[in-house]
Design a protein around this ligand. Structure first.
Ligand SMILES: Nc1ncnc2c1ncn2[C@@H]1O[C@H](COP(=O)(O)OP(=O)(O)OP(=O)(O)O)[C@@H](O)[C@H]1O
Ligand SMILES: [Mg+2]
Length: 395
């Protein structure tokens, strides 16, 4: 038997890298397909917000949704939120491109011209506040639409803008699929403006739907936004894959290349990765390279485990850890030392020698950075699966 060829390694550990087998997501994808069809038929449709920890496959799923939307004739707008970039700054360039594209499809469409004018007003109003890059009037070729999207209140101006866009799309006989990754990074005001926008769009039965993804802290919305959001979106939880799905994620690509993997070897991978997609790709990748023949054995996986952990420590875990200040790191070390799947804020403070609740601002920073979230009031948990193990390996 010849050795497994590293050149043909099917596994794909990496942020947003499409896996060789998208395991365990068929149910969600068929719901997405139904939602897209319903938008096309003019029904009001609930958007979906995929909620899950780091590395569970949120970005990959959103990319897949975009591919499906494009294949069924939608226009798509896809953005990834950042801690230090505003929602308008992210949206405006894609909105501009889309409106110009719609406008180019037919010579005389009042609605697309209107959309462009509303975009001009919006840019004029928010250029400075949200660092929207300069898109001059010459480029858009229209005057601003006075009195629309120019009040300076994002909660009323963003809805004006997105409604104008959705009306333009409807007028041109198409639909819009808005995709937003890392939704948890939107500021409160931005998120509520987005929710108000989709609320107006749904009331007007316009052909636009949103799919988004974010860390579980997105579920901590409060007040008016919360009740609207619950009516407008479903929040499917993306978790680790079940044992059977995880086996499929490894075995299908291996077999597709004419190789095999022994049951014990598969079991070991499932055990070590706990079914987390990113880890499955990393273990699959290393196991493939460790195999001496076209049959991957338990011994191969044992050898691969060390390399997989080392790789994860140097990349997946490390990039997150390096973004933290020394005090933030201490907080996380205290969480790891306490053990368990979640830790009380009071216990963490006590462990660090502080009064309960005195570390509120530090905790808020860690939440804003997307490192921890609050699964229940006063509780904390890591957003990165198996992060506790990484921290312990640093000691
Ligand atoms: N359903 C799946 N089956 C097998 N592998 C998957 C699946 N979904 C994602 N992966 C793999 O997991 C890894 C992480 O995927 P992705 O980047 O989409 O996760 P994420 O949830 O967006 O993570 P982050 O929160 O860090 O952005 C990639 O290597 C991808 O190929
Ligand atoms: Mg992602």
């Amino acid at each position: 038997m010849q050795a497994v060829d590293p050149v043909n390694n099917p596994f794909a550990p990496g942020a947003g890298t499409f896996p060789p087998e998208l395991a365990g997501r068929d149910g969600l994808l068929s719901e997405v397909a139904v939602a897209l069809e319903r938008v096309k038929l003019g029904y009001a449709v609930r958007g979906q917000v995929f909620v899950g920890l780091r590395g569970v496959g949120k970005t990959v799923l959103l990319n897949k949704v975009e591919e499906m939307a494009l294949a069924s004739g939608f226009e798509t707008i896809s953005v990834e939120a950042h801690e230090d970039k505003s929602l308008p700054a992210m949206l405006v360039p894609s909105l501009r491109k889309l409106l110009l594209r719609l406008d180019a499809r037919a010579s005389l469409s009042d609605k697309t011209k209107m959309g462009l004018r509303v975009l001009r007003s919006f840019i004029g109003r928010f250029r400075a506040k949200f660092k929207v890059s300069d898109v001059g009037e010459i480029e858009l070729g229209v005057d601003p639409e006075v009195g629309v999207a120019d009040s300076g209140d994002l909660e009323s101006d963003l809805p004006d803008l997105l409604v104008a866009l959705a009306e333009a799309a409807k007028d041109r006989g198409t639909q819009v699929c808005l995709l937003i990754d890392e939704l948890q990074y939107l500021k409160r005001e931005e998120l509520s403006a987005l929710i108000m926008s989709l609320h107006r769009i749904s009331q007007k039965k316009l052909p636009m739907v949103m799919f988004a993804a974010g860390l579980p802290l997105i579920l901590g919305l409060a007040g008016r936004s919360k009740s609207y959001a619950e009516r407008l979106f479903a929040f499917p939880a993306l978790g680790p894959l079940s044992g059977q799905e995880a086996r499929k994620a490894i075995e299908v690509p291996v077999r597709a290349r004419g190789c095999t993997i022994l049951v014990k070897a598969l079991d070991e991978i499932v055990l070590r990765t706990q079914g987390y997609p990113y880890f499955l790709q990393q273990w699959g990748y290393e196991a493939w390279n460790a195999a001496a023949t076209t049959r991957i054995t338990l011994v191969d996986v044992m050898a691969a485990s060390q390399r997989a952990l080392k790789q994860l420590d140097e990349s997946f875990f490390r990039v997150r850890f390096d973004r933290l200040t020394p005090r933030e790191k201490e907080y996380l070390f205290a969480m790891a030392a306490l053990g368990g799947s979640q830790q009380r804020s009071g216990d963490i403070a006590e462990k660090l020698g502080f009064r309960a609740n005195s570390l509120g601002p530090l905790r808020s920073k860690l939440i804003a950075k997307g490192m921890i979230y609050s699964p229940a009031h006063g509780d904390n948990a890591f957003t990165v699966p198996l992060f506790e193990g990484f921290l312990k390996r640093q000691l």
